[in-house]
Structures are given as structure tokens and as C-alpha cells.
Design a protein around this ligand. Structure first.
Ligand code: F6R
Length: 590
């Protein structure tokens, strides 16, 4: 949901900002732009399109000056046009602003400002430029003007602001949108994600809500919204930028799928005492609610089965965007487990804040170190799967499953055994990668013109059907639905026609026969059955053989072909699986 970057140092700033922006492109790729200060002027280039396209037209890295800000956009307010691309400027072209978030009261503010200011875009961001301009005209410094401006804003924002009147500083501020400062050697960064500058420094300061940072060439000062100085020491981020390269693959997605077994190993490597402590907190809670969005929610649904089947602990899973409507049932006897790769998803954060305010204990299962969710939680468990760049979750989903397995085993006081089993499994799950890839490529070729796919499964694998369908629709834009196999005949079966692909996830466990029966019902209506199973059946038109594992581990056994099927269909259709249209990896708006 938009990525922002600022840099101030001794070298030319625009190439540094451009490099950082390319690493934030997973956050938005509708438009891109950079503004720098040189010779008491703001120089700005921006356009619609991916960074490479805008760079190709305007050489963003040619802008002179040692201070610059940049932006990649995922449109919220205002269409994808040049005028709406960031950075935005004030009337006199003396202030430039990049923004991630949504200013909810922008219409009222715009009406107030319109008499004295000229607006050139439809964005909510532009009002911020004009508000700062108003306060600077009154004689305030840039930081005073920013502090005064944010008092009027309702909504979420991470902002980086530069002004020709104070050309040696970037003023940055955040509220409910991520913002991290990077401390280099005589050079400083501010960005939506530390990943963007990790090749330069891993010393970071995570900004808190309502804090304002003045980032100058010789240091950083942080103030609270009342203008009082805040002392904050940098922390070190252990991630390496190298982990986020494509490693010779065409797309990050394929590389990240292949990293699945490593993700199992790394997620299963946890501090035993900490996992036991978190598991006991869950076991002892009167009420446990798991909240998450998208793929993370499907991982949570599998976690729910595991908690129940292995540890006899019942819990509920509530979609994060709906969680606020259950506020009246949350109290200090509730444990809320919030699951998020990014740790920044606005819906998750809002639900967690609500639950925390009501006295609930918060446990986060999160990948990005130092993310807002990790910091707001009472206890955090990390996925340890390194940067995930492809917009679609793959290895992080697998790592989330591993954490749920660990917690379930810990609740049974069998953590060592569970850890060993998981690590052992990691060796085999990608075993049939080459063979399955070949088969799935052929299937993608055969089925790429189909308009609808249905995914069915039962029990613990039901959420895998939903996850498989989600991967397919987000990457290939083919409509897909995943559902419990038994539910199909209660309506959806009406949609099955001659040739409709049905992916039947039917591992050789207690669900096998019933799922196969449901597949046969669709076959009788013309469906083309893709069996994802360790056991063959004559009903399958294509059999994707998966490793045979102990029943509870089947989600880890079937995940690979589901991810690969979506990947190959997207590639066959000429789509970029790393950057699906209309999506962004870190969904920081509600
Ligand atoms: C799907 C996908 C999304 C995310 C969802 C939550 O492939 O990636 O559905 O799972 O946006 O994101 P996080 O886990 O960062 O909260």
C-alpha cells in the first residue's frame, strides 16, 4: 500500500532513493516518483507505471542533490494518473511530500484550504502539502509546521517531507502506517520498510505513532507530538538484502516456493522456553481468538484444527476486518493470536488494538522483525523465513503452519517430538518438485482458458482448498473458489459444467473416501478432476502425487502443488506473478 523513502547523505541521493524504491515495489506499482533538492529548488519526476517504466522515461536517478524522497503508489484516493502520483508539492513548489496511508478528513480540509491554495491532484496527500505550507508561511520551521499539520489530520499516515527553505533535513512522521529510520555512516534513510536500505545499513529506529523525526545530514532527532525530545537507540535487523534476490529464478514467487522446506526448518527453530510459555498462555486462556487476513487467515484455520485435534483446545478464527464487530465478547480473559507476515496489515492492527484496550493478551505470529504487530503484542513468535517479496504469500504461509504445529505440540508437552517431526518432514515435502512441475505446466497449458476453478477438501485440509483458490485468483485472475467438499452440493455444484476444473485435495487420511465421493459427484456433471493426493483414484483426470505423511501433516504435503499450479497458470497467461494487478503485499489501509 504505497512505499515511501527518504535519503540524506553525502552522495547523490536520487540513485539511492531509486534503488530503495525498487525494493519497495511490492507495496505498490501503479506509479512512481522522486523529488530532490538542488540549488534551492525542488526537482521532481513522476509518472504512472512500474518503477522501471518511469525510470526509463525520466531517469529518476539523474536528479541532482544529496537529499531526496521517493514513492511507489498503490492508488487509494484518485485514479492512477501523473497528477495523482507522488511526490506532491505545495503552491510554490517549495515543499514536497510522500505519503503512505489515508487522510480520512481530506475533503473537509480541502474545502477549508481551497480558497488560498491551488490543488492539482485528487489525492488526500496534497492537503498535507498545503497545510504545511500554511504553517511555514506563518514563520514556523519545517518540523513545527509538520507537527501543526498532523494535529488536523484524521486517518493513517507515514510522511516524509522536504522543503527548499530548510534544505538539509527530511521531516518524517507516522500514525498507523509503518516508518523506519536507517542510520548509516554519515547518511540516513527513512522508509516504509527497512528492507529497502538493508544493503546500506541494518541499524534502525522504528518510529512509534505520532512521533516526528528530523533527519539531517548529521543525525536524527525524534519528538513526540507535543514537540518533546524522545531518546531512542537504534536496533540491529538481522535480515540480509541478499535473501531478497531472485537467485537466478524468473520470479520471486518460484524462488520463494522452492524455499518452502528451508522455511519449515527455520520456523521450527525456536527458543523452546518461549514456545512453551506462549503455548501455556493459550492453553490456560478462557477464550482464544485467532485473527488474520487472506492466506494468514487460512493458516489460522488450520491452526484451529491443530489446537483442537492435538491439544483439545477449541478456539475461533475471526477475519481481521470483521474482528471489531466482536469487540463486546473480548475481555481480559481472552488471548488473541494475531497472524501476519508483514505485521503491518491495518485490519489486523486495528483488531489487536481494540482487543488490547479491552485487556486481552496479544500473541503475534509475524515475519517482519520490528513490525508494528510484533511490537504491540505481549508475546511474539517469529516465522524466521526471511524477506518474502512476491505479493502472494508462499513460504510465509508454510512457516505460519509450522508455528501452529509447534504450539499444538507444546500444548501436549511434546514440543521436542514435534520439532523433530517437522524438521524431518522438510526434507521430503519438495521431493516430487520436478515431476509435479512438469505435470502442472502441462495442466496450466491445457486449462488456462477455463474461467472457473473449484477446490475441495475436508477437515484440516479444507483451508488448503481456500488457500489454493486464493493463490489462483490473485495471480491468474481466474475465478476460483475453495470450500469444504461436503458443502459443494449445497449450491455451488450448480456451477459445474463440462470441463470445469475441480481440484480435489484428498490425502489418504480419514477424509479420503468422502472427498473422492464429492469429486465423483462433480465428475458426473462434467468436471475435470485434478487429484492432489498420495493415493491414486480412477476419478482423477490428472493426479498430482504428494508425499505420504502422518495425517495431521498433510497441509504441508499438499501446499506445494497448489502454489505451483497458480504460478504456472499465471505465467502461462502472461501475468507477472510477483506483482498481481490491484494488489500490494503490505495492506496498510482498512
Ligand atoms: C495472499 C496474500 C494475502 C495476505 C494478506 C495478509 O497470497 O498474500 O492474502 O496473506 O494480505 O497479509 P499479512 O500476512 O501480511 O497480514
Amino acid at each position: 500500500m504505497c512505499g515511501i523513502v527518504g535519503f540524506i547523505g553525502k552522495e547523490q541521493a536520487s540513485p539511492v532513493v531509486l534503488r530503495a524504491l525498487t525494493k519497495l515495489e511490492y507495496r505498490g506499482y501503479d506509479s512512481a516518483g522522486v523529488a530532490s533538492i538542488s540549488d534551492s529548488k525542488i526537482l521532481l519526476k513522476k509518472d504512472v507505471g512500474k518503477i522501471a517504466e518511469v525510470q526509463g522515461k525520466y531517469a529518476l536517478d539523474g536528479l541532482p542533490g544529496t537529499i531526496a524522497i521517493g514513492h511507489v503508489r498503490w492508488a487509494t484516493h484518485g485514479k492512477v494518473t501523473v497528477a495523482n502520483a507522488h511526490p506532491h508539492m505545495d503552491c510554490d513548489g517549495k515543499i514536497a511530500v510522500v505519503h503512505n496511508g489515508i487522510i480520512e478528513n481530506y475533503q473537509e480540509l480541502r474545502h477549508q484550504l481551497e480558497g488560498d491554495h491551488k490543488f492539482v491532484s485528487d489525492t488526500d496527500t496534497e492537503i498535507v502539502c498545503h497545510l504545511i505550507e500554511t504553517y511555514m508561511r506563518m514563520g514556523n520551521s519545517l518540523e513545527q509546521a509538520v507537527i501543526a499539520a498532523i494535529q488536523q489530520l484524521v486517518g493513517s499516515y507515514a510522511l516524509a517531507v522536504i522543503s527548499v527553505d530548510e534544505p538539509n533535513k527530511i521531516v518524517a512522521v507516522r500514525k498507523s502506517s509503518p516508518l523506519v529510520i536507517g542510520i548509516g555512516d554519515g547518511e540516513y534513510f527513512v522508509a516504509s520498510d527497512a528492507l529497502s536500505f538493508l544493503d546500506k545499513t541494518n541499524q534502525v529506529i522504528f518510529m512509534e505513532d505520532d512521533e516526528v523525526a528530523v533527519i539531517a545530514g548529521d543525525g536524527v532527532d525524534i519528538y513526540n507530538k507535543k514537540g518533546k525530545h524522545v531518546n531512542r537507540k537504534p536496533t540491529k535487523i538481522e535480515w540480509e538484502w541478499d535473501q531478497a534476490s531472485k537467485n537466478g529464478h524468473d520470479y520471486f514467487m518460484l524462488k520463494e516456493i522452492i524455499e518452502g522446506p528451508e522455511a519449515i526448518q527455520n520456523a521450527a527453530t525456536q527458543d523452546k522456553k518461549h514456545v512453551m510459555d506462549v503455548a501455556m498462555t493459550i492453553l490456560r486462556a478462557e477464550q482464544v481468538v485467532i485473527t488474520a487476513c487472506g492466506s494468514s487467515r487460512y493458516a489460522a484455520l488450520i491452526g484451529r484444527y491443530l489446537f483442537s485435534q492435538l491439544a483439545g483446545k477449541f478456539c475461533d478464527v475471526v477475519m481481521a476486518s470483521e474482528f471489531q464487530y466482536f469487540a463486546s465478547s473480548i475481555d481480559k480473559h481472552t488471548v488473541v493470536i494475531a497472524v501476519s507476515q508483514s505485521g503491518e496489515t491495518a485490519d489486523v492492527m486495528e483488531g489487536v488494538k481494540m482487543a488490547r484496550d479491552k485487556g486481552a493478551k496479544i500473541i503475534s505470529i509475524v515475519n517482519v522483525p520490528g513490525s508494528s504487530l510484533a511490537r504491540i503484542a505481549h508475546k511474539a513468535l517469529y516465522l524466521n523465513c526471511g524477506p518474502e517479496i512476491c505479493v502472494a504469500a508462499t513460504k510465509s504461509f508454510i512457516a505460519q503452519l509450522v508455528i501452529f504445529y509447534l504450539l499444538s505440540f507444546a500444548m501436549m508437552n511434546k514440543l521436542d517430538q514435534g520439532t523433530k517431526q517437522l524438521k524431518g518432514l522438510s526434507v521430503g515435502v519438495n521431493g516430487s518438485f520436478d515431476e509435479n512441475s512438469q505435470k502442472l505446466m502441462v495442466l496450466a497449458d491445457k486449462l488456462h482458458e477455463q474461467g472457473n476453478f473449484y477446490y475441495i477438501a475436508r477437515g484440516i485440509n479444507f483451508a488448503m482448498a481456500s488457500e489454493g483458490a486464493l493463490k489462483l485468483k490473485e495471480l491468474s485472475y481466474i475465478h476460483a473458489e475453495g470450500m469444504p467438499a461436503g458443502e459443494l452440493k449445497h449450491g455451488t455444484i450448480a456451477l459445474i459444467e463440462e470441463g470445469t476444473p475441480v481440484v480435489a485435495i484428498c490425502p489418504n487420511d480419514e477424509t479420503y473416501h468422502e472427498t473422492v465421493s464429492n469429486a465423483i459427484e462433480t465428475k458426473a456433471r462434467g468436471a475435470f478432476i485434478i487429484g492432489v493426493s498420495d493415493r491414486d483414484n480412477e476419478v482423477y483426470d490428472a493426479w498430482i502425487k504428494v508425499p505420504e505423511v502422518e495425517d495431521i501433516f498433510y497441509p504441508l504435503s499438499v501446499v506445494l502443488p497448489l502454489q505451483l499450479l497458480a504460478y504456472y497458470l499465471a505465467v502461462r497467461l502472461g501475468k507477472d506473478p510477483d506483482k498481481p494487478r490491484n494488489l500490494a503485499k503490505s495492506v496498510t489501509v482498512k
